[in-house]
Design a protein around this ligand. Structure first.
Ligand SMILES: CC(C)(COP(=O)(O)OP(=O)(O)OC[C@H]1O[C@@H](n2cnc3c(N)ncnc32)[C@H](O)[C@@H]1OP(=O)(O)O)[C@@H](O)C(=O)NCCC(=O)NCCS
Length: 155
């Protein structure tokens, strides 16, 4: 259930989602993923892309690459009208379950230094800042913080 009593369903990304996800990327990011780059992930064996739906509508998505025992989150985004209702939480829980099932050691990501909202979200899921990539982003140029979540069940 989301914060308004509607159920959030998380499903693997399918071709029917791509147009909405292209729109979501454009809404959220200054250098959005293109339609074609999203399509290419449908056949990427390393890709773990999941879409959250509310009432049959695309509410948000997360994309992760799974390489050996590490995950790398390329993107997570929720349409503005669906934010603060637990959609990203449900997506992150889905990835955590996937990580546990696949005995992954860690998940990492980059986030704009100024994107304190996303950093707050990641901190809630025990991601910690472990490094910085200088001038990683363009439009505008900005450093990325590298954040990593380590899974304790291996130790
Ligand atoms: C970051 C983002 C994905 C969060 O999605 P969401 O569905 O609104 O997140 P949730 O409702 O699951 O939030 C869970 C918790 O994260 C934290 N959080 C989420 N959004 C926050 C915000 N804007 N400010 C502060 N904390 C926030 C809060 O602790 C929140 O719990 P609460 O609502 O009980 O206080 C969404 O704001 C978004 O799409 N932003 C634009 C794209 C983006 O920046 N992506 C990250 C790129 S690195």
């Amino acid at each position: 259930m989301d914060g308004q009593g509607q159920s959030i369903t998380v499903v693997p990304m399918e071709p029917r989602h791509i147009e909405d996800l292209e729109r979501l990327e454009k809404e959220c990011f200054s250098t959005p993923w293109s339609f074609d780059s999203l399509v290419s992930e449908l056949s990427n064996p390393l890709a773990v892309f999941r879409v959250a739906e509310i009432g049959g509508q695309v509410a948000g998505y997360v994309g992760m690459q799974h390489i050996v025992d590490e995950g790398y989150i390329c993107n997570i985004a929720v349409f503005s009208q669906y934010r603060r209702r637990g959609v990203a939480t449900k997506l992150m829980e889905t990835l955590s379950e996937y990580a546990k099932k696949n005995e992954m050691a860690s998940i990492s990501l980059e986030v704009r230094e100024s994107n304190v909202n996303a950093q707050s979200f990641y901190e809630k899921f025990d991601f910690e800042v472990v490094g910085r990539r200088k001038h990683f982003y363009s439009n505008p140029t900005e450093d990325a913080l590298i954040m990593t979540k380590t899974f304790g069940w291996l130790f």
